[in-house]
Design a protein around this ligand. Structure first.
Ligand SMILES: *Cc1c(COP(=O)(O)O)cnc(C)c1O
Length: 388
């Protein structure tokens, strides 16, 4: 028998040699614009806490109160005895927020996607996915055992050709709402129109749009005013702009009941801690009513892009209108070197490399938060202009 450990170690060495080895940093601070690592404070541009809610005093208080009322663990899956009043209330509030008849909580976005796609897609059907979709949507397709076709990013012509050639009675179009590594928006109206024309139902995972896009933070669905008929399956996560943890699916009564009956990643797992649901109810309210957070956030994005343009670096940025502002450097080694050089200047930015992004498109994934000050944006710009 081969020595497992020696084989794994050789594989890891190869990964290191390719600059594709991943490591974790240990933080001694909450998510936010400053990160404490090994006793040093860094200015951080890598959190998905876009609205600055992850460490909000009212959200923390709700979590504490929730724990006092419900304890820590939910104790069981939703269908057994883990579905608390707190979960139920949050689901009703998420339904109202998304203007859908119902919403269903999942423990993570990854699990929501696995559950939705595997519960809905029949083996005989085809799933059309954008090539840049989040890994969980790809894994979901594999789990469903349906046929998977990945169209080039936002390439509507190719998608239409494929749909036209597919004689099946029913199909699926699945896309990120805001693309997690590029920051651009899915061409939602066109996807819905294609779906309508070729009998394909639309599933949108708007993990990065909720809280950020739309007047009230209703995400890409609000941004494009798409109701539950045009966009029947809407997935959102709670660990990003809402600053807590978990995920949800919003849609019709029949959709949600189908998921409760058939989504295995919903049925066979422990419900979120109810205190997390209580905290999320507060952050959901703050995200809606504190409109200034979105205004603030968009000002930061604009300031950054204007600053990059002034310095002649605009072409390195992707045309992203969201707080995800990737700076493309191409080579994985260069992305790592830049990220380390920024770290030396007290700035934390993640180097994103393949396989998370396509070969040759390694990047610094810069993300902004409503909690960043203008001075902090300028500090990043200065550091970048020294390094690029
Ligand atoms: C982060 C993310 C997920 C996963 O959500 P989690 O709650 O972190 O598991 C799913 N889809 C997209 C597009 C994401 O960016």
């Amino acid at each position: 028998m081969k020595d497992l450990t020696a084989g794994l170690a050789r594989q890891l060495d190869r990964q290191k040699a390719l600059n594709l080895y991943r490591t974790r940093r240990v933080l001694d601070s909450p998510a936010g614009v400053t990160a404490v690592i090994d006793g040093q404070r860094y200015l951080s541009f890598c959190s998905n806490d876009y609205l600055g809610l992850a460490n909000h005093p009212e959200v923390i208080h709700a979590l504490q109160q929730g724990a006092a009322e419900y304890g820590v663990g939910s104790g069981a899956a939703h269908l057994v005895s883990g579905h608390s009043r707190a979960h139920h209330a949050l689901e009703e509030e998420l339904a109202a927020f998304t203007r859908r008849p119902r919403a269903l909580l999942f423990s993570t976005g990854y699990m929501a996607n696995l559950g939705v796609v595997s519960a809905l897609a029949q083996r005989s059907e085809t799933l059309y996915e954008d090539r840049l979709n989040h890994a969980s949507l790809i894994d979901a397709a594999l789990l469903s055992q349906a046929r998977l076709r990945r169209y080039p990013h936002a390439d509507l012509a190719t998608l239409e050709k494929w749909l036209m050639d597919d004689g099946a009675e029913h199909k699926w179009i699945i896309s990120d709402g805001v693309f997690s590594m590029d920051g651009d928006l899915a061409p939602l109206a066109s996807l819905a129109a294609l779906g309508h024309r070729y009998n394909a139902s639309l599933i949108i995972d708007d993990a990065h749009g909720f809280g950020v896009l739309g007047k009230q933070g209703g995400g890409i669905a609000e941004h494009f005013s798409m109701d539950a008929v045009q966009l029947p399956v809407l997935v959102g996560t709670l660990g990003k702009a809402f600053g807590t943890f978990g995920a949800f699916v919003a849609g019709s009564e029949a959709l949600i009941e189908t998921l409760i009956q058939h989504a295995r990643s919903y049925i066979y797992t422990t419900a979120l801690p109810p205190a997390i649901a209580q905290a999320t109810r507060v952050s959901l309210r703050l995200a809606q009513v504190e409109d200034w957070r979105r205004t603030h956030l968009m000002h930061r994005v604009t300031r950054f892009r204007a600053g990059m343009e002034q310095r002649g670096f605009l072409s390195m940025l992707m045309p992203s209108p969201t707080p995800i502002q990737p700076l493309i450097v191409g080579d994985a080694a260069r992305a790592l070197t830049l990220s380390e050089a920024l770290l030396k200047r007290g700035i934390l930015v993640g180097a994103i490399r393949p396989p998370t992004v396509p070969q040759g498109s390694a990047r610094l994934r810069i993300t902004f938060s409503a909690a960043h000050s203008e001075e902090q944006i300028d500090k990043l710009l200065e550091a970048l202009s020294e390094l690029l």
